[in-house]
Design a protein around this ligand. Structure first.
Ligand code: CUA
Length: 407
């Protein structure tokens, strides 16, 4: 190690860079975070919401700098000019100087007015929801998100997806948040501001992006034991691909499994349960085009197209998808005993163990490993047509990777 540089006269020149580096590091820490390898940033200027916010922030910081420099200059000037050694006599008094008092009232008033105009102008730009906006409803539950499309009607409801929100780019998205239990918070920082999801209340605001990609979102209100496991993805698609997704999702009916296949056995367990597991999946989950119409848990109509499990606890971005050994093991464990792998999950256990439901301990059902694998096979078969695979070829924002297509 070379320690000579400490005495090198050139050092002073280098240390001058330190404040810059520290400032940059603090800014980077405040503005960005990392999850699942994904960079999340509220400085993402592909979102008009974030663009407006940065614009307002820069003006406010600029005004504050002018005030700071003005006040500092005044202070130093006064301290310098009225030092005791320079002034033998008492300073001149200016009590009752109307002109000075008017100026001192006028300047702060002007500052407050300017800042108010900035804030009101920004609010006016980001808050109104136009009639042309695409509406998406975000229903928060402990501990997952249900994203539904009110304009995409299907038998018995509307198109809905769990924890994966599909939106078009270059368009304003009107997101309406609400909650089924406690207060949650919706935030995908790259796409715009956050909103609380409050039971009994519906809040609508705009998000959007100019750039296609997979973006990370999180719950931002401490809402229980799996608050940190209440994540979601926003997949922003070109308009034509989004239209294809909606068209195919509206037309979707779950494929009928071949007779005697694992998928068929899994479907039977899913729909009716078994003697040892009477709580059938269908009681809580919906699968479009089947008798399964439960609404307590996430809609599983296109589970096979999804790449996230357990509200983003696990991701299967590879082309092997949920067939890859690691991902398949997560899926198996999830069906077998969801409350064991995700604290506070309200899904029953199927390993015979006990779990907490509404403050009571309940004994779960029992499924064999084979039955669980059959259910997994059925879930994997619930796929949108390849043309509507919203993951295919979409860049995963901040990772330099591309999400794999259907396999
Ligand atoms: Cu939901 Cu934190």
């Amino acid at each position: 190690m070379n320690t000579n540089h400490d005495r090198n006269p050139g050092t002073a020149r280098h240390t001058a860079k330190w404040p810059l580096a520290v400032g940059a590091a603090i800014t980077a820490t405040l503005l960005t975070g990392c999850q699942g390898g994904q960079m999340i940033s509220l400085g993402d200027q592909a979102s008009s919401y974030n663009h407006e916010m940065l614009n307002m922030g820069l003006w406010a910081i600029g005004l504050s700098l002018i005030i700071f420099l003005g006040v500092s200059a005044g202070l130093f000037y006064t301290v310098h000019k009225f030092r005791e050694e320079n002034n033998q006599n008492a300073p001149q008094q200016f009590h009752g100087n109307n002109r000075l008092e008017t100026v001192l009232v006028f300047i702060p008033t002007l500052i407050v007015i300017l800042l108010s105009i900035l804030a009101v102008r920004t609010m006016a730009r980001v808050n109104p929801v136009s009639q042309q906006s695409l509406s998406v409803e975000a229903l928060a539950k402990q501990f997952w998100w249900n994203f539904s499309y009110p304009s995409a009607k299907v038998t018995g409801g509307v198109v809905a997806n769990g924890n994966e929100m599909i939106v078009p780019i270059k368009q304003t998205i009107a997101v309406t948040t609400t909650s089924a239990d406690v207060v949650h918070g919706f935030w995908a920082p790259n796409l715009g501001g956050q909103r609380a999801a409050i039971p009994g209340s519906q809040k609508t605001w705009n998000i959007g992006t100019e750039r296609e990609g997979v973006y990370q979102g999180n719950c931002t209100q401490l809402c229980g034991s799996s608050h940190a496991n209440m994540r979601f993805k926003v997949v922003a698609l070109p308009q034509n691909r989004f239209d294809t997704f909606i068209k195919d999702a509206v037309a979707y009916t779950a494929p009928a499994p071949a007779a005697g296949s694992a998928e068929e056995r899994g479907m039977n367990v899913f729909m009716k349960g078994t003697a040892t597991a009477p709580m059938a999946c269908a009681a809580c989950h919906r699968v479009q085009g089947t008798p399964a119409a439960g609404v307590t848990g996430p809609d599983l109509s296109f589970f096979g197209t999804r790449r996230t499990l357990g509200a983003g606890m696990w991701e299967a971005m590879t082309a092997d998808h949920w067939m890859a050994p690691d991902a398949a093991a997560h899926l198996h464990a999830w069906i077998k005993h969801s409350p064991v792998v995700k604290p506070g999950s309200l899904m029953p256990r199927y390993d015979g163990g006990e779990y907490m439901d509404k403050g009571k301990m309940i004994k779960g059902g029992t499924l064999s490993d084979q039955e669980i694998d059959d259910v997994a096979a059925y879930l994997r078969s619930l796929k949108l047509p390849d043309e509507a695979d919203y993951w295919a070829g979409i860049p995963i924002n901040g990772t330099g990777k591309i999400a794999g297509g259907t396999k």
